[in-house]
Write a protein that binds this ligand. Structure first.
Ligand SMILES: [Zn+2]
Length: 286
């Protein structure tokens, strides 16, 4: 790719025929064809030359740009969907509109299951009803079911009602902090079973996140990293999607409609199909 400085030594772009990768000095996220991806460390300038960490290149950027460099995997067949929260754990709530995260997550998970099954996937749910399931049992279920992919479905809420958009979380690589902070904590220094799929996590996470943001036409809050319990012990690639802020009035109105929840499920299904298509193109094991 060709490197070009824009905005006087502050932004650097790598360009090829199909791809534009934008970095900013001292900034931890980059943009790949306008989709926001968080890296473990910011772009650094050393003797006027820009650097990103080797881990960010090998485990985040390269798997997306050159998935043929990943060690081959079975072609995606078995998917575990995890509707967040449930039972006594309501998750986020919009009291005024009577919306509860646990209900929305289950509704989207059930819709997505139908769509994926119609497309020939085997799909299993960590919960099929309004029941409480401890966090550690969710990844365990995926491992027991021999899943090829795990997706945990959630919705956001914050005090500021103007905040909106969609974000997708992957397990951070060892020795890198979560996207929400810059300092390294003790838990960040460990490698978890989920880290055995770092490269694949980046690839499938990118496809699903990109498809969601583009199909739903929403604010891209980025492909982020956080050590969520449901991702740590996974033996297969996995992600946690935050499908919108129920604290945002307009988003809440949309989420009340079957149509919008069905569109969310369709966008997720299309992202998953895109991933499988890429795997097939690469000649994954059947
Ligand atoms: Zn949640």
């Amino acid at each position: 790719m060709k490197a070009v400085w824009t905005k006087s030594q502050k932004n650097v772009e790598l360009r090829s025929k199909w791809t534009t990768l934008k970095f900013e000095v001292d900034t931890r996220y980059c943009e790949l064809n306008n989709r926001k991806i968080y890296m473990g460390r910011p772009l650094a300038l050393y003797k006027q030359r820009p650097y990103i960490s080797q881990k960010d290149y090998l485990l985040t950027i390269r798997p997306i740009l050159a998935p043929q460099t990943l060690k081959k995997k079975n072609i995606l067949r078995r998917i575990v969907l995890d509707a967040g929260h449930g039972g006594r754990d309501f998750g986020a709530q919009n009291i005024g509109r009577k919306l509860r995260e646990k209900d929305l997550a289950l509704d989207v998970a059930l819709r997505l299951q139908q769509k994926l099954q119609a497309d020939g996937f085997q799909v299993f749910l960590t919960r099929k009803s309004d029941t409480y399931i401890p966090l550690d049992q969710r990844a365990e279920f995926a491992n027991r079911m021999n899943a090829d992919l795990f997706i945990s479905i959630h919705f956001n809420s914050v005090d500021k009602p103007s905040v909106l958009g969609l974000e997708t979380y992957l397990l951070p690589q060892p020795w890198t902090p979560s996207s929400s902070r810059l300092n390294l904590q003790e838990m960040d220094k460990q490698s978890y079973p989920g880290n055995s799929n770092d490269g694949w996590n980046s690839l499938v996470g990118f496809f699903v996140h990109k498809t969601l943001v583009e199909k739903m036409v929403v604010v891209d809050r980025g492909l982020k990293r956080s050590r969520f319990k449901v991702l740590k012990t996974l033996k297969c690639p996995g992600m946690l999607v935050e499908l919108g802020f129920i604290s945002h009035p307009e988003t809440a109105l949309r989420l009340e409609t079957i149509r919008y929840r069905d569109q969310l499920a369709s966008a997720l299904a299309q992202g998953i199909q895109l991933y499988r298509k890429t795997q097939k193109r690469l000649g994954g094991r059947v």
